[in-house]
Design a protein around this ligand. Structure first.
Ligand SMILES: O=C(O)CCC(=O)C(=O)O
Ligand SMILES: [Fe+2]
Length: 517
């Protein structure tokens, strides 16, 4: 297994297009001899069910997978999973709470890793395609060559980057760890997160109706739990956003567009589309210490629509951003997915990095743009690490200077003793990474337009990652997502999204513009 700290079930679940129950995933894992991808393929292609022969084998084989059941594991112990396909920061959420918060599970909560044995080791000689070692992408040209992302160096003035970092660190004290139901357990995201809406005049979110709608979207962002209204962008975030928007729109003008990308703002004279990527929301994450993380996922498309562009800013200590392609079913026998690791240092830090960058190259930049197709073709993660570097900001506001000097010096002492940061240092800003993902929620995917499932809650939009076509006729599904909050129970609602019938658009392809790259 090449994803550290992830459970088998969570991995399979992250490759599925709908919520599938715990038992069924285990059956698929048994049938596929622990091969996560194959298990997901079985479930995706068998309409969620497993053939009869599989069922027959379940009893004996499952015993082989399960360790002796632990009796009463305390309920208070919630599973801390390092993946979150349900990650609310991966766009809007679709769950209506049964009560104010996730309720107690009927079974005691246990750590899945204590229940499952590791998968039987794979017979590598039987593999048709050679597996590829992970590749470190240490500069923007490598990133552009291998992924649908671009990296933009030192994008903010250093002082603004530091001020934004401290503003977000302060705000992050109020942020929450997302909780959701995975099968019959409550799981908790291993980092804190928050949601911001841009409410300034002219951004389309300022009037009353818009504001109410986006508050609804923010509620779903938190896995359906009742939360406060989304926060407004703080001034430093607004300043950063303006700079970032310019860079994103410049990039969009250079790139080939996908037909299903948002095509608003056509120039009536020339017929060309002026890209209007306008960040109207932002999700922010705070990772404290080396162990906090986010597991492999692709961002939910419910309000972003197909082929979104997401701009992701990194501030604070250096962490690794990991990308891995999802190989389409028809190519599975001819090529393997590769894992790409991208170190992300703070805007203004010159050299410190977990994985040292080559001396001759500029430091990697803080803004990663996940361009159109990244959410359809790749999954991304910020994995836990064994150690991280201490972040020493080059600027800070005077009111924060004293406090920070104290924090940095105590961490430095610890670090010099142990050679790395320690648990005691975990709550210092110098030990934190702040990530802000600026997103454009499409006007044609507004909350009121999202289909509701039989549970009466908005569905989630997922791409058919395993069967990609031409960028124009790719399929997307609306699927029930109630199970993430509703005591783990959802319905079978599932339907293919139909842009025309649902009255969505305009899309880039509607103008006969470049169909697909
Ligand atoms: O922290 C990061 O760089 C990634 C965050 C992320 O993937 C998300 O918020 O969806
Ligand atoms: Fe994400």
């Amino acid at each position: 297994m090449d994803h550290d700290n992830e459970t088998l079930i969570a991995l399979v679940s992250s490759l599925l297009y709908r919520v599938v129950d715990h038992e069924t995933i285990l059956e698929a894992l048994v049938l596929s001899h622990g091969d996560v991808q194959r298990a997901a393929d079985i479930l995706n292609t068998s309409d969620g069910g497993i053939r009869k022969e599989g069922k027959k084998r379940k009893k004996t084989n499952l015993d082989g997978w399960l360790k002796k059941p632990r009796t009463s594991t305390p309920m208070e112990k919630q599973i801390d999973l390092t993946r979150d396909d349900e990650n609310p920061s991966a766009s809007g959420h679709t769950i209506k709470p049964k009560s104010s918060n996730a309720k107690s599970p009927s079974k005691p909560t246990v750590d899945l890793m204590t229940v499952l044995r590791p998968p039987p080791s794979e017979d590598k000689s039987k593999r048709k395609v050679k597996s590829l070692p992970p590749l470190m992408l240490s500069n923007p040209s490598m990133i552009a060559e291998h992924t649908p992302c671009t990296m933009h160096l030192s994008i903010l003035p250093p002082e603004l980057a530091c001020q934004l970092f401290y503003t977000m660190i302060e705000a992050s004290k109020e942020w929450q760890r997302n909780k959701w139901w995975l099968f019959d357990r409550i799981v908790e995201s291993p980092h804190r997160t928050s949601f911001y809406a841009r409410l300034e005049e002219g951004d389309g979110l300022a009037d009353e109706r818009d504001s109410a709608e986006w508050q609804e979207a923010a509620r779903f962002w938190y896995n359906g739990r009742m939360t406060d209204s989304p926060k407004a962008f703080p001034p430093e975030m607004e300043q950063a956003c303006k700079i970032i928007e310019k860079v994103v729109n410049e990039e969009l003008r250079k790139r080939k567009r996908y037909s299903l990308e948002y095509g608003g703002n056509q120039d009536s004279g020339s017929g060309t589309i002026n890209p209007v990527w306008k960040a109207n929301v932002a999700a922010s994450n705070c990772y404290e210490g080396a162990k906090e993380s986010v597991g492999f996922h692709s961002d939910q498309l419910t309000y972003l629509g197909p082929y979104p562009t997401i701009a992701s800013l990194s501030l604070g200590t250096t962490r690794v951003f990991r990308l891995r392609e999802v190989i389409p079913t028809d190519e599975i026998d001819s090529r393997q997915a590769r894992t790409f690791n991208i170190p992300l240092p703070h805007n203004s830090v010159r050299k410190t990095s977990v994985i040292p960058l080559r001396k001759t190259e500029p430091h990697a930049g803080p803004l990663t743009i996940m361009h159109a197709s990244c959410q359809e073709k790749f999954k991304h993660a910020v994995p836990p690490q064994s150690a991280i570097d201490i972040f020493r900001p080059t600027f800070m506001s005077s009111s924060r200077a004293a406090a920070n000097t104290e924090a940095v010096s105590s961490v430095s002492q610890e670090a010099s003793i142990s050679g790395e940061t320690t648990a005691a240092a975990a709550y210092s800003p110098s030990n934190c990474r702040i990530n802000i993902t600026f997103r454009f929620y499409r006007p044609d995917f507004r909350p009121h337009s999202i289909p509701k499932c039989d549970c009466g809650v908005p569905t989630i939009l997922r791409p058919d990652m395993k069967n990609r076509t031409d960028g124009r006729t790719d399929r997307y599904w609306w699927a029930c997502y109630a199970g993430a909050q509703n005591d783990g129970k959802g319905c079978k609602f599932w339907k293919v999204m139909d842009m025309d019938k649902e009255g969505r658009g305009p899309c880039v392809g509607d103008y006969g513009s470049p169909r697909s790259p």
